[in-house]
Design a protein around this ligand. Structure first.
Ligand code: 26V
Length: 827
């Protein structure tokens, strides 16, 4: 055994400065002459990592000794963003590190700005996973995150003449100081091959090709606790045995290293395009890679924790292990756990099924039909022949169960089955597999969970009424208020006379009694202005556009999607611009000046989303350069929206738009971040908006638009020619069609809003129907903003009403109501 070394982690600024120097010299990544901001960042991060490792080791040992039930969160996405500010904040050593860096002539904030975002996710689902890890660590829950170590994360977005361009995001350049490679944590992962049947009838998967999964751990510190948990990211590797030296020396370089190159493909990028068969296969490989490596690791740990555990004790497994599947992407955890239990550990079907069912649970994050995963049975059989057998058996047994116990449901079986055997395109329905195999299924906001129960999964509810739950999403108040908005945080702490709100967000309700206090108003407005100025500087830096911090900052940032209706936002801005142009100069002076900001990435192959990006940019180019009106309106597209950009934009926002067609946004989580930062929402009754409005009060939320239960009827009306468009809607579209914003052909985009062109789905997202009430709500916003007192009060009441949306609350509910785990704090 190695004797434990003294910890280099210190909270004394001089000792910290010494430790930073030590890392600059003895963990060198650069030539020794310079110590610029970049070098300072890496040395500082490595010094902070010493603190994390200490806690990480203590936590692992403590969990090992106490052997509690653990949760394993399986997710194809994590949007971690930057880690330095968060780490020193959670460890409560921000001041000490700031002082230490001053000794080198650096500001901590500037050094933190050197870090690249870890963007191993697309949007809300990935960021949710990252917020959950922060809360799990903070609540001292025995838990792990599992994911993939993508070489290139979510693409970088550049705005060029033709609109969005995607560039590979090299987050590992130079390297990540936070990850620790675990050379001793390696598992074999098989692809392709065949099923062998031994004389005693046992089935076993063999042949094909075998790669290795290698673990990289990222420590996740909890806020003001000794616990630090782990995000384990798998990388794919091949071995020296897979390298054909003979071929290589013969000049056949590519075939010599074929398996090495296939290993590299697995974790090369997040969501590779799946238009081709190769692309689909690669995505399925990624999903299986995550599931198999994670489950082998979980089983290893289950055995490691009690040396006397032998097969026969497998019924204990669900009392030690909870697996949460973040959407259907990790569904293969189900057949993989079945396979490992039956083929490797020797359990029978019934026993393995009981263990699997009690272990896995599924969170649904969308009802959009195109996002509900279906995998070709042929592809699945080719890549994972044994898993396909197991899935077929699950399907067969489910059908038999329904037929034998629920005669009344017989007519529903075809749509409830795991397999869709449509001869044209036989597929596996991943959501159905999750519902059939998991012990719990949850949605992510009240409205969404109700839609799941009443529509998408209604038939299953009648079989398993207790399987379905709601867990309204949440966000970590550390990153999303305490650290990203220090000015407002200080005010909150001062008025509440405690900073305990950081881990008990319900305390924010204490602000309500000061909502009319003029002194608070003055401080609140000053903090908002400071954040607005920081935001204005960012906008100037990345776009060259100057915006006025005294105008109303109106922001919509999220993935670009037709259901999120950025198109309605920009049509509203176009309408506003047209009215401004028609006004007299005297009338313009009475208008509330506004800066409309839109940011977000469009999926690379999503044509209409990319057209929307182009349109926002084109409208901005005209409006911002129109000297008649640009004092009253600016339209800015914020490029390359990501976590660290959000941390600048959200504190500086005053109005934010969450305007999806009702019933389509499962929850939304940026809505919670905005509201927490004292930003008022204009929104539909969709996703978590419903609950936010309840919490902050309906007077502090600008509501408009159709309700979820009206949507189907409105679409029917539209199909039947019963929809009469509002003249303002026609006017805005016509203005764009007239070429007012350049020569780009917006006809296909605008035609998607028409009900009668036969193009697309005929305004499927009901922009035309909701537009008039949207414009009216925006007019109410303009009026409200003129009354500064009223506006600040609304802002305060938004923050005060945000307590429910802490991910600590969400995770506490998962822990108690789904996972059955409890806190295990390091003493
Ligand atoms: C689907 C697809 C399909 C095409 C390739 C890329 C890709 C990536 C992810 C998905 C699943 C989409 C599900 C999702 O992200 N849902 C979001 O989850 C958030 C957290 O619960 C929630 O706040 C958002 O409302 C919901 O859209």
């Amino acid at each position: 055994k190695v004797k434990p070394a003294a910890s280099p982690a210190s909270e004394d600024p001089s000792a910290i400065a010494g430790n930073i120097s030590y890392h600059a010299q003895y963990s060198p990544h650069f030539s020794p002459l310079a110590f610029g901001p970049e070098q300072a960042f890496y040395a500082t991060a490595e010094s902070v990592r010493d603190h994390l490792l200490q806690r990480w080791n203590d936590t692992y040992l403590h969990f090992h000794k106490t052997d509690p039930k653990q949760t394993y969160y399986l997710s194809m996405e994590y949007l971690q963003g930057r880690a330095l500010t968060n780490a020193v904040g959670n460890l409560a050593i921000t001041g000490a590190y700031a002082d230490a860096l001053k000794k080198f002539g650096y500001e901590l904030e500037a050094i933190a700005g050197q870090e690249r975002d870890a963007a191993l996710g697309n949007g809300g689902l990935g960021r949710l996973a990252s917020c959950f890890l922060d809360s799990m660590a903070t609540l001292n829950l025995p838990s792990w995150g599992y994911g993939l170590r993508y070489r290139y994360g979510l693409f970088k977005q550049r705005i060029a003449k033709e609109g969005q361009e995607e560039i590979a995001e090299d987050w590992l350049d130079k390297f990540s100081p936070w990850e620790i490679v675990r050379h001793d944590v390696v598992y074999p992962i098989r692809f392709f091959g065949h099923v062998e049947i031994s004389p005693d009838g046992k089935r076993k998967w063999a042949g094909g090709e075998v790669l290795n999964a290698l673990a990289y751990d990222v420590p996740i510190p909890g806020y003001k606790t000794k616990n630090a948990i782990s995000l384990r990211l798998w990388d794919a590797t091949a071995t020296a045995e897979d390298f054909n030296l003979f071929q290589f020396n013969d000049g056949q370089y590519e075939s010599a290293a074929q398996l090495h190159s296939r290993a590299q493909q697995i974790c090369a990028v997040l969501y590779p395009g799946d238009a081709t068969e190769e692309g689909k296969l690669l995505r399925l490989k990624q999903q299986y890679f995550l599931c198999s490596a994670s489950l082998q690791d979980i089983i290893f740990r289950f055995k490691e924790r009690k040396a006397d555990r032998v097969s026969g004790k497998w019924s204990e497994f669900p009392s030690k292990v909870a697996v949460q599947m973040n959407d259907t992407h990790p569904t293969l955890a189900i057949p993989e756990l079945m396979r490992l239990l039956m083929d490797v550990e020797g359990l029978g079907w019934d026993e393995a099924w009981a263990v699997t069912n009690k272990t896995v649970a599924y969170t649904n994050h969308t009802v959009l039909p195109e996002a509900l995963e279906k995998w070709s049975q042929a592809v699945m059989r080719k890549l994972l022949p044994r898993h396909m057998e197991i899935i077929e058996e699950i399907d067969k047994r489910f059908r038999e169960m329904v037929i034998s116990t629920r005669k009344d449901m017989e007519g529903k079986i075809e749509s409830m089955r795991v397999l869709d055997n449509n001869p044209e395109k036989p597929v596996v329905r991943m959501a159905n597999l999750c519902v059939v195999a998991g012990h719990t299924v949850n949605g992510v906001a009240e409205l969404h969970s109700n839609i799941l129960k009443q529509e998408l999964f209604a038939d299953y509810v009648s079989i398993w009424p207790n399987k379905f739950q709601n867990k309204t999403n949440g966000i970590t108040p550390r990153r999303w208020l305490r650290f990203c908005n220090p000015e407002l945080s200080e005010i909150v702490t001062k008025w509440l006379k405690t900073d305990q709100w950081t881990s008990n967000l319900d305390l924010l309700t204490g602000l309500r009694k000061f909502a009319d206090d003029e002194k608070l108003h003055a401080e609140w407005a000053a903090a908002k202005l400071a954040s607005k100025k920081r935001l204005a500087k960012h906008v100037l830096d990345v776009t060259g556009v100057t915006i006025d911090p005294n105008s109303l900052f109106d922001i919509q940032i999220k993935r670009i999607h037709e259901y999120k209706r950025q198109l309605m936002n920009i049509l509203g801005a176009v309408y506003r611009y047209k009215k401004l142009k028609e006004m007299s100069a005297a009338d313009r002076q009475k208008v509330t000046p506004r800066t409309v900001m839109v940011g977000g990435k469009a999926f690379a192959t999503y044509t209409n989303a990319k057209r929307i990006v182009k349109l926002v940019n084109d409208v901005g180019a005209v409006v911002n350069n129109d000297a008649d009106v640009n004092k009253y309106l600016k339209v800015v597209f914020i490029p390359n929206y990501n976590v660290s950009v959000a941390e600048v934009l959200i504190p500086g926002s005053e109005l934010s738009q969450h305007i999806s067609t009702a019933g389509m946004e499962a929850s939304g989580t940026s809505n919670m971040k905005f509201s927490l930062n004292g930003c008022v929402i204009i929104g539909t009754l969709d996703g978590a908006n419903v609950e936010i409005r309840e919490e902050v009060g309906q007077d502090n939320f600008f509501l408009f638009g159709a309700k979820a239960d009206q949507v189907a009827g409105l679409r029917k009306d539209r199909e039947n020619g019963l929809f009469k468009p509002d003249p303002r809607f026609e006017e805005a579209k016509q203005f764009i069609r007239s070429g007012a914003f350049g020569t780009y052909d917006y006809t296909p985009l605008l035609d998607s809003l028409e009900g009668n062109t036969g193009f697309g789905r005929g305004d499927y997202f009901l922009v035309g129907y909701d537009f008039p009430s949207y414009i009216d709500a925006q007019a109410r916003v303009d009026e409200a903003y003129k009354d500064k007192k009223k506006w600040i009060k609304m802002s305060i009441l938004n923050t005060a009403g945000s307590g429910k949306f802490s991910s600590d609350r969400t995770i506490d509910q998962y822990a108690k109501e789904i996972w059955g785990i409890s806190a295990c704090p390091v003493p």
